[in-house]
Design a protein around this ligand. Structure first.
Ligand code: PLP
Length: 400
């Protein structure tokens, strides 16, 4: 994305500001569909929680994507964006039976990730088919905070409990229409993914009404130079072969599903913030911006790296900085970063700010959440207004 365009947007809409480029979303989406073009039925269900602005959801609807959702509120956002309920899958963890029933009433695909709820749901609604989330106990590489397929993970029904699932199905007369896995956010090598897929095939074979196999996500995108990213084209080649063979064996053309979040939107997003203060200390030079962990928490929460550039001074001599926020916590975005010389009021740009950035923003320190702008078909649109003091006090009742 052109730095000059970003700078103009920061001037036009003020900072802090999130900017999303829908062209990049489209090209990432097409990379996946192209990689799996030899599978008859493929459905990409964008993981709403990565970036849930209704306009972004509409972009996905226009691409013919489905949605992966984890709360009834995300389901309702999807319906508001115009999705057909059958193109939405609901994959909650630890929610009440009541919420699952309310979502089922909306006609959305249901994915259940624990045995007791499966049994209760099957007893009450044997006519509503459900998908089951399996934990294949395969450890995806990388950060343990975002790996959810390992043995002590709270997600999914253990693959060792499949006999129990079968008993529940027999006893209730319910139907299993899909098998799902999501091993975590960092699939570093395709081998791991393929090994997990074999487990999914083995489980699917044991049920007779399967319509789809959902391979979750785990696609990695580069955040900095030298990062490994998922070789989706290679994965496509290898998994297509296995999947098509499995369909033959099963005797039906199943739908292959994925539910990427980060892969589709991370690189489409930019976060722009203004430098409030430059502070030389005995150890470093701090650049303090008009933002903090309230707007972009990933560096503090996951130790994630977001590349930072100074778009106000792109030709400036590079110097070393620690970029920090204005929150009364240690909210460090990056230490010892080489950035073009920073002056007061310069605009810094954070890359890979599409996924899990705005959607994790809060009002901590009673600050406003940023505005969001979408660049779509050559035009920029304000898709979320900056908050105001009214938003901070909206639901508060002054009682004394
Ligand atoms: C978060 C989540 C995803 C998306 O993960 P990414 O790493 O953003 O691709 C997919 N499926 C489920 C069930 C999730 O919870």
């Amino acid at each position: 994305m052109d730095r000059k365009v970003l700078l103009e947007l920061a001037n036009k809409y003020d900072s802090p500001l999130y900017v999303y480029d829908t062209e990049k979303i489209k090209s990432q989406y097409e990379r996946i569909t192209n990689a799996f073009s030899k599978v008859k039925n493929v459905k990409i269900n964008y993981a709403t929680k990565a970036l849930s602005n209704v306009n972004i959801l509409k972009v996905f609807n226009n691409l013919n994507s489905g949605l992966d959702t984890v709360s009834i509120q995300e389901v309702k956002l999807g319906l508001l964006a115009g999705f057909d309920p059958q193109d939405i899958i609901y994959t909650p963890n630890g929610v009440s039976l009541k919420e699952i029933e309310d979502v089922a009433k909306l006609g959305v695909k249901i994915n259940i990730d624990n045995l007791s709820i499966l049994e209760l749901f099957g007893q009450k609604h044997p006519h509503i088919p459900v998908c089951v989330r399996i934990n294949p106990h395969i450890m995806a590489g990388g950060n343990s905070k975002i790996s959810v397929g390992h043995i002590d993970s709270k997600f999914g029904i253990s693959v060792h409990q499949v006999p129990h699932i079968k008993r529940v199905v027999e006893n209730t007369g319910m139907h299993i229409n899909g098998v799902h896995m999501h091993t975590g956010s960092d699939i570093l090598d395709i081998e791991t993914f393929l090994r997990a897929s074999e487990i999914l095939f083995d489980v699917a074979k044991q049920f007779k009404d399967i319509e789809f196999l959902d391979f979750g996500s785990g696609f990695k995108v580069p955040y900095k130079k030298g990062d490994i990213s998922t070789n989706i084209e290679d994965l496509g080649k290898q998994l297509t072969k296995k999947f098509n063979n499995f369909c033959k064996e099963y005797g039906r053309d199943l739908t292959l599903m994925f539910e990427p979040g980060k892969f589709l939107v991370s690189e489409a997003g930019y976060f722009l913030a203004t430098v409030n203060v430059i502070k030389q200390t005995t150890s470093t030079v701090f650049a303090g911006i008009d933002s903090g962990l309230n707007h972009l928490i990933r560096p503090m929460f996951y130790d994630s790296y977001h590349h930072i550039t100074n778009i106000s001074n792109p030709k400036g001599k590079e110097r070393f900085y620690s970029v920090v926020g204005y929150i009364c916590e240690t909210d460090t975005f990056g230490t010892n970063r080489r950035i073009e010389e920073i002056r007061d009021e310069d605009i810094l740009c954070f890359e890979n700010a599409g996924a899990y950035c705005f959607s994790m923003a809060s009002n901590y320190n009673s600050r406003f959440r940023p505005a969001e702008v979408m660049i779509h078909e050559g035009k920029d649109f304000l898709i979320r207004k900056r908050e105001t003091f009214e938003d901070i006090i909206r639901n508060q009742e002054v009682v004394i």
